[in-house]
Design a protein. Structure first.
Length: 209
């Protein structure tokens, strides 16, 4: 059995119910710890292990924490990795700096685990919910700038930065991409003009405040 077959078995068996309750927002959610608790006996049975690591990266003028979940076949040493981004809230009230970093790490690790083990969190409001800011299903992207004379075409770094900013505001890549393609009538995010790109980034930045 190779590492992909083992991962497939773990994905099929994993149960990670939303056992936590947020009394402020009145919703149930699952934490990173809930996922890990459900994983441990399955990993042991499949003779596999999991590691979680964090790394700080700079995108534009912002710093993000990247969490990487690595699934390892304990018998053959083969690996599969998935990473997720999160940015610290500079104005997080009621927490010291260590607590802020810890909460961002948990948030990023949770979404790395979601990607690795196919956990669907589309309708899940988690512990770092912005309490009202992400009730909207669609971000208010500025008016279409199709009349602009600016040349189209973003770099790979600009596209990654846009998705990272949106992720920090609580919006997943697939949702962001769909909203942008529908709003600006382009076939890919990289086809935006620089002016459109700046407006979209600014819109998501405001949602994080």
């Amino acid at each position: 059995m190779n590492v992909y077959e083992k991962l497939m078995n773990v994905q099929a068996q994993l149960k990670a119910p939303k056992s936590q309750y947020n009394s402020f927002g009145k919703y149930n959610y699952r934490s990173c710890e809930d996922i890990l608790e459900g994983l441990k006996p399955i990993l042991a049975a499949e003779k596999a292990t999991l590691t979680l690591t964090d790394n700080v990266v700079q995108i534009g003028d912002r710093f993000y924490l990247t969490a990487t979940a690595t699934f390892i076949d304990a018998e053959k040493g083969e690996k599969i990795q998935v990473s997720a981004f999160a940015r610290e809230d500079e104005t997080k009230k009621g927490m010291d700096l260590a607590q802020v970093t810890g909460s961002v790490s948990s948030y990023a690790r949770k979404y790395a685990l979601n990607g690795l083990f196919c956990i669907d969190d589309t309708k899940d409001s988690d512990a770092t919910n912005t309490h009202g800011k992400d009730k909207k299903e669609t971000v208010a992207i500025p008016p279409d700038l199709k009349g602009s004379d600016a040349p189209k075409g973003l770099t790979e770094g600009q596209v990654k930065r846009l998705f990272a900013i949106a992720f920090g505001a609580g919006y997943k890549t697939d949702k962001v991409k769909a909203d942008i393609l529908a709003k600006y009538k382009v076939t890919e995010v990289a086809a935006l003009t620089k002016e459109q790109y700046d407006h979209v980034c600014e819109a998501y930045e405001k949602l994080k405040k």
